[in-house]
Design a protein around this ligand. Structure first.
Ligand code: ADP
Ligand code: UDP
Length: 232
């Protein structure tokens, strides 16, 4: 079936149903707005399986997602969504750009999660947006912004204990939402070590894409460790 879209880490194909697409997870990894590129062996297999498991878990906890079924080790069948051009980031611990923006040390826990919106726009480098910027750009109504924030927090409440049961701390993560053919808002894209920061609760070891971003080594091992624990 025709390729609809080739992204940095996934390919989206049409299916024989107009309202469903097949998402193929590749081993391609990029960081720093595409400046750093590599292949992470078996990453696509890990991210497909982890995403499928987490979407299934969220579905069982009354979060609406695009997930239909896993087709094979790298392919998910999902509902076709008209994506909102925003990345919704939810943070429980300070890390990454929040550390750079505020100076609060990485690894500082936060009593209340912080929610941020980024413009999904590679040419601009996915900049942080405030509510007025979102309105100015016409990316979402004030109502939708409030809904996205609420959904992000709900996903956080479901995923945090899932990871804690596996001795993993969910530091932060990125979500993408879109509209299905029936006009329902659904969680889309992926939830994986590419899009979450996940630290071992005991050792603090980073088991996510930061191992690649920061050249920490043992990247493949970290992805495999997340797969092992998430599938448990
Ligand atoms: P990027 O576009 O950032 O390079 P990917 O390589 O992950 O990212 O490409 C996947 C693309 O598919 C993203 O643009 C994402 O918004 C989009 N997408 C995710 N889920 C769906 C869906 N259910 N329907 C249509 N598009 C989707
Ligand atoms: N993230 C993502 N895609 C992006 C930007 C961020 O999945 O394009 C995730 C990232 O993996 C982390 C969280 O969102 O879990 C917060 O990322 P941050 O803003 O700290 O940016 P970074 O420093 O990772 O670029």
């Amino acid at each position: 079936m025709p390729l609809l879209y080739e992204g940095k880490a996934k390919r989206v194909y049409s299916t024989d149903r107009a309202d469903e697409v097949r998402v193929e997870f590749t081993d391609a990894a990029t960081a720093f707005n595409g400046q750093k590129r590599a292949e992470i062996e078996m990453k696509g297999v890990v991210n497909a399986a982890v995403s499928a498991r987490l979407f299934q878990w969220l579905g069982e906890h009354s979060i609406e997602t695009h997930f239909v079924e896993q087709l094979d080790d790298r392919n998910l069948l999902v509902e076709r969504l008209n994506m909102v051009a925003l990345e919704v980031v939810v943070r429980n611990w300070v890390a990454g750009s929040l550390n750079q923006r505020t100076g609060i040390p990485e690894g500082t826990p936060m009593d209340d999660p912080v929610v941020e919106f980024y413009y999904k726009n590679d040419a601009l480098g996915d900049p942080l947006l405030n509510d007025d910027h979102i309105r100015l750009l016409g990316l979402a109504s004030a109502d939708l912004v409030a809904r996205l924030r609420q959904e992000g927090l709900r996903v956080n409440q479901v995923l945090k204990p899932f990871f804690l049961q596996r001795n993993l701390v969910l530091v932060d993560f990125k979500l993408e939402f879109g509209w299905n053919s029936a006009g329902l808002l659904k969680l889309g894209d992926e939830i994986s070590p590419d899009t979450c920061r996940i630290w071992d609760q005991t050792s603090g070891e980073r088991l996510d894409k930061d191992r690649f971003r920061r050249d920490l080594g043992r990247v493949e091992d970290a992805y495999q460790e997340i797969l092992r624990r998430v599938m448990n």
